[in-house]
Write a protein that binds this ligand. Structure first.
Ligand code: NI
Length: 152
């Protein structure tokens, strides 16, 4: 089911500022997580986003989706293991902050290890838009929003 975005102000809004918790590996393929992933993809597509993190639909779990390639990629318990020293500034927005856009400096490429929705551990090297969205969504898992990183 697609969720209504942004999540309302007040108590629920605190979810966006909380540090999310890792998912026990044996739960990755559970029906609840399957449902959560379905909700994330549906909500992201409906809102025409290129990424969405679990806390944005009210779940403080370290899980996000990125959709910059041919199909949505699910990242569970991600770890950014390497960030390029080379950085790049580009405008970002966020489905949780409608109407707000601004320049954010991010590493040009990152290496990230994570579990996919089948519970398989994967390591990828990402660059370009994919790397930027991974860094943006990863921040959501630590309660960080792109407005915290705006270049003045
Ligand atoms: Ni966002």
């Amino acid at each position: 089911m697609a969720k209504k975005l942004p999540i309302e102000k007040g108590e629920k809004n605190k979810i966006l500022r909380r540090k999310s918790v890792e998912l026990a590996t044996e739960k990755i393929t559970s029906s609840e997580i399957k449902e959560l992933i379905g909700d994330i993809i549906k909500t992201m597509k409906e809102e025409k986003g290129v990424g969405l993190a679990a806390p944005q639909i009210g779940e403080n779990i370290r899980l996000f989706c990125v959709d910059t390639k041919e199909k949505p990629l699910i990242f569970i318990n991600p770890r950014i293991t390497k960030k390029s020293l080379g950085k790049e500034i580009a405008d970002e927005g966020c489905l949780s902050l409608p109407g707000v856009w601004g320049p954010v400096k991010r590493s040009k490429s990152v290496e990230v290890s994570f579990y996919n929705e089948q519970g398989i551990k994967i390591k990828i090297k990402a660059s370009g838009l994919l790397a930027r969205v991974i860094q943006h969504e990863y921040d959501h898992l630590d309660g960080i929003l792109f407005i915290d990183r705006l270049k003045k």
